[in-house]
Design a protein around this ligand. Structure first.
Ligand code: ZN
Length: 157
């Protein structure tokens, strides 16, 4: 086997290279897992196993095999980077970002009528400074929110 691998060209696909076998012209995985993605394939192998990767690819419509292979490689990479949470960690992170920005959007939408009103008043009678009301509660809200933003920014995927 190792002799075959040795004599085989370095062009063996990632799957054949991993299995130490010669990559034939008919190799079904070669189009999806080129030698250049060997390391990524190893990550995917740790997660799924070669035979399951083959099964997944074969179970998918040929038009979607490229995408399925890409997905398998990405999942393997993510699991390798985060063995505890894997893709779930990414999903959770994105979900919490969505929740955060939805909250922020809600807060901004709540403030909008106030500022539209203020703008109108300003246009209509160019009110003197002293009569303007300070939106104190908005100011303090904003401060809290911006602290959250900076803590979120550090959590980039
Ligand atoms: Zn191959």
């Amino acid at each position: 086997m190792s002799k075959e691998f040795g004599s085989g060209s370095s062009q063996a696909c990632a799957s054949c290279k991993h299995q130490r076998k010669k990559c034939e012209e008919t190799c079904e995985l070669a189009p999806f897992f080129p030698a250049s993605r060997y390391r990524e394939f190893q990550n995917a192998h740790k997660l799924f196993g070669v035979s399951n990767i083959q099964k997944i690819i074969n179970s998918v419509d040929p038009s979607q095999r490229k995408e399925a292979a890409e997905s398998i490689l990405i999942e393997g990479n993510i699991r390798s980077n985060d063995p505890v949470h894997g893709c779930l960690g990414v999903v959770r992170n994105l979900k919490s970002q969505i929740e955060y920005y939805e909250k922020e959007l809600g807060a901004v939408n709540q403030q909008l009528p106030f500022f539209r009103d203020k703008e109108k008043q300003h246009q209509h009678h160019a009110a003197p400074r002293a009569s303007r009301k300070q939106p104190l509660e908005f100011g303090s809200d904003e401060e809290e929110e911006s602290v959250d933003v900076s803590s979120l920014k550090g959590k980039k995927i």
